[in-house]
Design a protein around this ligand. Structure first.
Ligand code: GLA
Length: 755
């Protein structure tokens, strides 16, 4: 078991294969202190850190110097208003108006596995990591703040074979009166006197999500948060703290990823004692939860990963964690059907004949799933109307989805549709019948975005109504795949049915309502393949991959823009989660033209599919489609289950981008190299590979993307690679030679197999 408790010294030591996490209960006042997190250590008692002579913790001075003590103690779960002026984990307001809270240790228990304990996120409907008894053990620590009648349970699930600690928290009101929770976070970490630390976060906007930002942590506070009611395009619920000199391959890296899809906050605060406190949890904006006497509130899980092998090491741990312990879908370890989505093919301009024409050509070329995107319901011919009216537009599609689905199924392929179940158009039957079902504040403008309003998912009757409509469509038309979209942020947040003192709960209740619906959907339709989407990738977070094994990464389908989006996404999320498609050129968003095969190489790093009217492709491109689909299946399990290595970053070097995936047994590997921009008068490039077995002997094959001739550069590579073998040590140290290609946006893929 990876959890030790030293009864006498009251020390908790949590061990994963390569990391240790130590906490201790301080002698006086029973404060729970954070002592150490990092590379594995052997000794349990490292609590001299809490007892240093010059440390403010000096029991004899405690009476007169309590405030300096509180301001410096490395609280494991910090209170508020008692002299610790750094960022807090809990803030409350009692019915008497008091806000001070200061939890101390009471008791603990240790259990094998990760049972769903009362108060854990999963018990409250929040998606959570799952694991069997042999995978992990769980520590539950109980703290209390007697004057405010608050009891806090901290949960730590420690993995046996992964360097992961899952943290969450739950608060109970043990008093007789209600109290108001205005902040309640999931996790806090302290780094004392560390060498210079950086913080790495993922930022963006619509069509350029999850670009990597790295900066030194400096005095003051660096905070990322969403106040939009959804995860957002702007920033992902992820933060890594890393040593200044850490890179892809080496250095200590600490990741924090939050399993949540609404407002969140993550903060790294460096104080005058050179300690960094890193906190994470539900966002405080517009949050106020009324906790009745006897009631509890659970915070979502924060997934902590430690790696001494740099950013790449951390990414691989997250990928393993998500694949094996978070994604529930039965499709997670299966090749996904290669789909063609109608959005960029037709937008709103389609009828049955046009759709069937595209589906027929797609099926003939090997596509396995045809997806009808937006525009099939109500009176929807543009994005102005009908959200909420989830019945088919028979004028556009005579015979409805049932006929379309039958026809598509007859072609031997699957059929999927798009929904945006959380939204309502003011011009819809649903809104006319139930205007109060939209989030709004009485007397205020209902601010529109994409001409739509947000349904009040904090209300069960709203969720049930929508679910009945959506599930009827899926059942009747025998739908195989659903794209669940969500295209705007939440504002004027209020619910028509909640009392005044519960309006601060709407945002979290909304998220819980959405989770319940997605949970129902995948339970009632176990064979359904669900893909989440949010105006591209605004809700690409761990909680959503709990429900859907894939998420549409970005509305930007331009292969070059996608390099940065997919690189940033893969810092945390496995490639098998990334919805990635080949679209036409000039690209609809950037107007850039890239080779068809480069577009395929980039999409092959994700779930792979097409987002185009296949009937309009040139014969050459049409002929390449079956070839590309075969490649997806050839490399499917490798890409889905293998270890990911980032070799080169175009975002950093402005020329080359490269990634590699290596099978767990190190017998096969796929390397993709994209020469983004040509630079004159430069030599070919040496590329060092990673993750192979030094002692194994490998063949390196230049992958053909179609029947067409290899490009000049790929042909030159093939000449020296063909017919010979390389040791893993040669490939990883000396590397391979990648010839330059005249022209921009060229790519080459290399398939490496052990002899
Ligand atoms: C969002 C999605 C797109 C498409 C449109 C349809 O923008 O990200 O992929 O489904 O909605 O309106």
């Amino acid at each position: 078991m990876g959890i030790l408790f030293d009864e006498q010294k009251r020390i908790f030591k949590l061990d994963t294969p390569a990391s240790s996490y130590v906490m201790a209960v301080a002698d006086k006042d029973k404060f729970l202190g954070h002592v150490y997190y990092g590379e594995k250590i052997e000794d349990e008692d490292v609590c001299y850190f809490l007892r240093a002579d010059d440390y403010p913790f000096m029991p004899e001075k405690m009476e007169r110097e309590r405030v300096p003590f509180m301001g410096g103690f490395p609280f494991e779960f910090s209170g508020h208003g008692c002299g610790d002026f750094r960022s807090s984990c809990i803030e409350i307001r009692t019915t008497d108006g008091y806000t001070t809270v200061n939890p101390v240790y009471v008791s603990h228990r240790i259990v094998q596995g990760k049972p769903v304990l009362d108060g854990m996120p999963a018990a409250s409907g929040i998606p959570a990591v799952f694991a069997s008894e042999k995978d992990c053990s769980t520590l539950e620590i109980i703290l209390e703040d007697k004057p405010s009648s608050v009891e806090i349970h901290l949960f730590y699930t420690v993995f046996e074979k992964l360097d992961v600690i899952v943290k969450s928290s739950c608060v109970h009101n043990t008093g007789k009166k209600p109290l108001f929770l205005t902040k309640f976070l999931s996790s806090s970490l302290t780094f004392e006197n560390e060498p210079a630390l950086d913080v790495l976060t993922l930022h963006g906007a619509w069509a350029r999500e999850r670009n990597i930002q790295r900066r030194p942590i400096s005095y003051g506070s660096y905070k990322i948060e969403s106040r939009r009611g959804e995860t957002s395009h702007l920033v992902n619920p992820f933060m890594a703290v890393l040593e200044h000199n850490a890179d892809q391959r080496q250095g200590n890296v600490y990741g924090v990823s939050l399993v949540y899809s609404g407002n969140f906050v993550m903060e790294a605060e460096l104080d005058s004692t050179d300690s960094v406190r890193v906190t994470a949890g539900i966002g405080t904006d517009n949050f106020c939860w009324k906790l009745e006497s006897g009631a509890s509130f659970s915070a979502p899980e924060a997934l902590l990963v430690f790696s001494a092998d740099g950013i790449g090491g951390m990414s691989r741990i997250y990928h393993d964690l998500f694949r094996n312990h978070l994604i529930r879908s039965k499709y997670k370890f299966q090749d996904r059907p290669v789909l063609l989505n109608s959005w960029e093919a037709a937008y709103f301009d389609f009828d049955t004949d046009k759709l069937l024409g595209i589906a027929k050509e797609a099926a003939a070329r090997g596509v396995e799933l045809f997806v009808l995107d937006d525009g099939w319901f109500g009176k929807r011919n543009d994005d102005n109307t009908s959200l909420g009216d989830w019945f088919v537009n028979e004028k556009k599609l005579p015979g409805g989805l049932v006929r379309l689905s039958e026809e598509v199924h007859k072609m031997g392929i699957k059929f999927g549709v798009w929904f945006e179940p959380e939204m309502v158009s003011p011009d819809s039957d649903l809104y006319r019948a139930h205007p109060d079902w939209a989030l709004s504040v009485p007397g205020r403008i209902r601010s529109l975005a994409r001409n739509q309003l947000v349904l009040d998912y904090s209300r069960p009757e709203v969720c049930n109504y929508i679910y009945n409509m959506v599930s009827a469509v899926i059942r009747e038309a025998k739908i195989d795949y659903v794209k669940w979209d969500m295209n705007r942020s939440l504002c004027e947040v209020a619910s028509a049915t909640l009392p005044a003192d519960r309006q601060g709960e709407v945002l979290h209740r909304y998220v819980l309502g959405m989770y319940r619906l997605q949970g129902r959907l995948v339970t009632d339709f176990p064979d359904l393949l669900l893909e989440n989407c949010s105006a591209g990738g605004a809700r690409f977070d761990p909680a959503m991959i709990y429900f859907s094994p894939q998420i549409w990464c970005s509305d930007d389908t331009d292969a070059i823009e996608r390099l940065a989006v997919q690189e940033g996404t893969a810092v945390v999320y496995p490639l098998s989660c990334m919805g990635a498609h080949v679209s036409v050129c000039p690209n609809h968003i950037t107007r850039r033209t890239t080779p068809f095969e480069t577009r395929a190489m980039v999409a092959l790093a994700g779930t792979f599919g097409y987002e185009l009217d296949i009937t309009k492709l040139s014969d050459e491109d049409k002929n390449a489609v079956p070839y590309q689909i075969k490649l997806y299946h050839r490399f499917g399990s490798l890409m889905r289950e293998g270890d990911y290595y980032r070799l080169l970053s175009y975002a950093g070097n402005r020329c080359w981008d490269s990634w590699q995936v290596v099978s767990k047994d190190k017998k096969s590997s796929l390397v993709t190299v994209i020469q983004v921009v040509t630079e004159p008068n430069r030599r070919s490039r040496r590329l060092r590979l990673e993750g192979l077995d030094s002692a194994k002997s490998y063949k390196v094959e230049v992958v053909r993307m179609s029947d067409a001739e290899l490009s000049e550069a790929a042909a030159a590579d093939a000449v020296y690679l063909e017919g010979r073998t390389f040791s893993g040590s040669t490939l990883m140290n000396a590397g391979i030679l990648v010839h330059r290609t005249p022209g921009d946006f060229a790519g080459t893929m290399y398939y490496i197999t052990a002899k």
